[in-house]
Design a protein around this ligand. Structure first.
Ligand code: ZN
Length: 409
């Protein structure tokens, strides 16, 4: 290890140093200037001797793609995706500055983005660097994509990009994107995501003096509504807690997130309203659930209405069985490396959902086992050995998925 002027310790390992360099770019939300990321990625593409293209379906929101063309370009290829942005930091809560990429004596690299998900982007590149050096050639094309704004919903990034002719021209058949760390020896893997509904329920009622017992008040209706949603929540919570095989991604979560209303302490208000943030399990019957909510509104009393503040579509779940040749290829590599997989439904949202929505299979996987889950947390870190094992994994995986014969996609 060597110490630079500003005290950051750089690894002797070249791949770890490249990772540190990327982590030191403060591509932190909001209002990110992505030019430093682009410059860094251009240098990487030059080292790999691969072409880099930038698409800007939304101005200042670059989609950076490094392509390694296969020998059979008509076959659907693979996109290896990562996002360039990271979430904000509370710097005073960090042991080391969050954009220093400091390595401690245990080899832990501390930085925002070390788990989510600059690690994966560099692992793709470093694996390809080794394969290129070894003179490997592939049948199918690999596109390594670096996208903006995943952390603020991906609307100006992947969501827009997958709908463009440029994306279709990439001829993608399969995608890999981010997963999550796992504290045990198993690797978490995600083949689906819950979908988000955010609902505002308005409860109008008879206004009047706070000393009376008027009929048909907003408060009574709000009480009824909150009670129904919270009862539903309690049932989901009980289901999750009673079955050790279930994880949060397998149940529907409901949280009361905002309350509005009231004018004065002694005035019964003409309206009270409430917002619920709901993440629907992929197994939920959303049509029936919406009917149920409308029924609760009817029961709550006159004039109670709902408004969807956010209503995501259900994205298909990527099958993990013999119908999916990409999965068979993926599994053959993890089996060979004796990596124990733990398939899950992602509890939040990632760019994978936009890829799945356009009908492509996508697996969310960040090769980080024996690692505490620290995405979006203070002192986010990744151990350099875990990081390097991830490169070994992609070095094995990429030729296998890029050489599969099935014309699927
Ligand atoms: Zn992420």
């Amino acid at each position: 290890m060597s110490t630079s002027k500003n005290n950051t310790v750089f690894s002797k390992n070249e791949s770890v140093r490249t990772f540190q360099e990327y982590l030191r770019i403060p591509s932190v939300q909001p209002n990110i200037d992505y030019s430093e990321c682009i410059n860094f990625l251009r240098r990487q593409a030059d080292l790999l001797k691969l072409p880099l293209k930038i698409y800007e379906p939304v101005p200042k929101k670059p989609i950076v793609i490094i392509s390694w063309y296969g020998s059979e370009r008509a076959l659907p290829g693979i996109i290896l995706n990562s996002h360039m942005d990271v979430v904000p930091v509370f710097e005073d809560k960090w042991t080391y500055p969050p954009f220093s990429a400091h390595i401690d004596e245990k080899g832990n690299i501390f930085a925002r983005g070390s788990q989510d998900m600059k690690c994966v982007g560099i692992q793709y590149l470093e694996a390809i660097k080794r394969l290129r050096k070894a003179g490997v050639s592939l049948r199918r094309t690999i596109h390594i994509s670096f996208v903006p704004d995943e952390e603020i919903g991906g609307h100006d990034g992947m969501e827009t990009f997958v709908k463009t002719a440029d994306f279709r021209a990439l001829n993608v058949g399969f995608a890999l994107d981010e997963g999550m760390a796992n504290p045990t020896n198993d690797y978490a893997l995600f083949n689906g995501e819950r979908f988000i509904w955010q609902i505002l329920v308005r409860c109008p009622g008879t206004p009047g003096h706070g000393s009376l017992l008027l009929p048909n008040t907003a408060g009574e209706k709000l009480h009824y509504i909150i009670d129904k949603f919270m009862t539903f929540r309690a049932k989901q919570k009980a289901r999750l807690e009673s079955d050790p095989k279930l994880s949060i991604g397998d149940v529907t979560s409901i949280n009361l997130t905002r309350l509005f209303g009231g004018v004065q302490n002694n005035v019964v208000p003409p309206e009270l309203s409430v917002v619920f943030d709901i993440r629907l399990a992929v197994t939920m019957d959303d049509v029936a659930f919406e009917k149920q909510i409308l029924q609760w509104c009817k029961e709550a009393g006159e004039g109670v209405t709902i408004e969807f503040l956010q209503r995501n579509n259900r994205a298909p779940v990527t099958p993990l069985d013999n119908t999916n040749p990409w999965w068979i290829a993926f599994k053959s590599v993890t089996d060979e490396l004796k990596m124990n997989l733990k398939p899950l439904i992602f509890p939040g949202g990632t760019d994978s959902r936009y890829i799945r929505e356009v009908g492509l299979p996508a697996i969310g996987f960040s090769p980080m086992n024996n690692t505490p889950v620290l995405l979006h947390d203070h002192d986010e870190f990744l151990n350099s050995d875990v990081f390097l094992r991830g490169i070994d994994f992609y070095e094995k995986l990429i030729p296998v998925i890029a050489n599969i014969e099935e014309r699927s996609g």
